[in-house]
Design a protein around this ligand. Structure first.
Ligand SMILES: Cc1cc2nc3c(=O)[nH]c(=O)nc-3n(C[C@H](O)[C@H](O)[C@H](O)COP(=O)(O)OP(=O)(O)OC[C@H]3O[C@@H](n4cnc5c(N)ncnc54)[C@H](O)[C@@H]3O)c2cc1C
Length: 334
């Protein structure tokens, strides 16, 4: 017996488009099963209202962290509040000298936008997980999860990023480094969530971010570093340095910044900064790296930064790690 022709065959393209458009839900999708609820709101205001009313509800973004809690740790997640359909959290806008990235923006889109302003981010962008993960995961999820080995935070802290937190419909802004209080503890209040990140378009004069891991890609950092300095008349006038993998949170290197600021940008200053790192960090040994590897690696990354940005001799060309990973010899990108 012949099957009836699909209804869509009888519609013209405009009717098909209208039909599909009408399927789009305008209001919050709610689903309840076995005492748990799933909410997919469409606006940040609705999202904020649900989170304020149920502060313990689990926010779900790309699920590239949360999914593993289920598949590896067999955790129950409880009720879920999904960020992915909130249209006004899915924006990338440039205004007031900042690129604003909404919490629902995927890592791939966020890094593409940030890389346009800061091409030095390319190594971190391409080495962050893999394209499928970057197409699912969000930058907001990376920031909110607050892992000490999350890759985005050192670079964003070095660039002077602000995080926009929302409670109900009220927003407040914090320097990103102030979000992280202790291991797995952030400054987010009950009912608050990450609404957006605001990244300055103008970066420091010299900016680099580096990742040390066992594999080239699809690997977690042992150490992740970001250095930003401005040099005027040979003197370092500003330094913002942050590391992942070196402490219980992503953390700015205050003593190292102090050792560089006001000093000539020369090898002695770079070495003073390398020594000062010991005041900033007491890293741990774990399955990814020993404490001494981390300390030495972090110091050597600062030395690499100096080699790539020094003025008095020819700066060393930035190494394109991707080209080396692909089997080529060192390739200059600078
Ligand atoms: C194979 C693989 C490779 C990976 N590689 C890397 C890597 O190289 N570098 C790296 O840093 N990470 C890596 N990750 C971790 C993960 O991809 C990132 O942390 C990602 O950014 C998480 O975003 P998400 O949208 O998937 O968050 P989810 O998993 O949905 O959520 C993560 C956490 O953040 C909370 N959350 C999410 N959005 C918000 C919000 N707007 N406000 C408040 N809380 C929120 C959630 O409740 C949850 O606690 C990898 C993961 C996998 C599976």
């Amino acid at each position: 017996m012949a099957l009836p022709a699909p209804t869509a065959d009888k519609l013209n393209p405009k009717q098909i488009a209208d039909t599909l458009r009408n399927l789009k839900r305008g209001e919050t999708f709610r689903y309840r099963a076995q005492g748990q609820e799933f909410f997919a709101p469409r606006t940040a205001a609705e999202f904020g209202a649900i989170k304020a009313a149920q502060p313990d509800i689990r926010i779900l973004a790309g699920s590239t962290d949360v999914g593993l809690w289920v598949t590896k740790q067999f955790r129950e997640l409880g009720s879920l509040l999904y960020v992915g359909q909130v249209e006004d959290l899915n924006h990338i806008e440039e205004r007031d000298g900042m690129v604003e990235i909404g919490a629902a923006v995927t890592l791939e889109k966020a890094y593409a936008a940030l890389n346009a302003a800061h091409p030095e981010l390319e190594e971190m962008w391409k080495r962050f997980a893999s394209l499928p993960i970057r197409n699912a995961g969000t930058l907001g999820g990376n920031i909110a999860n607050g892992s000490p080995i999350g890759d985005s935070m050192p670079a964003l802290i070095a660039l002077g990023t602000e995080v926009v937190l929302q409670h109900g419909e009220t927003r407040r802004t914090l320097p990103l480094e102030d979000l992280y209080l202790a291991y797995q503890k952030t400054a987010m209040q009950p009912g608050e969530f990450v609404a957006a990140l605001r990244v300055p378009v103008a970066g420091p004069q010299h900016f680099r971010t580096y990742k040390l891991s066992k594999r080239f890609d699809e690997d977690i950092s042992a150490v992740c570093a970001a250095f930003g300095i401005t040099v005027q008349d040979g003197i370092v006038t500003q330094a913002r340095i942050a590391f992942g993998g070196m402490a219980a949170t992503p953390k700015r290197a205050a003593a190292t910044e102090a050792a560089l600021t006001g000093q000539p940008w020369n090898e002695a200053t770079a070495r003073a900064g390398m020594a000062a790192l010991a005041q900033d960090y007491t890293p741990l040994s774990d399955m990814r790296a020993t404490a001494s590897y981390r300390s030495r690696g972090a110091a050597n990354l600062l030395y690499r930064f100096w080699l790539e940005t020094r003025a008095q001799a020819l700066p060393a060309a930035a190494v394109n790690v991707r080209a080396i990973g692909a089997g080529a010899t060192e390739t200059a990108t600078a």
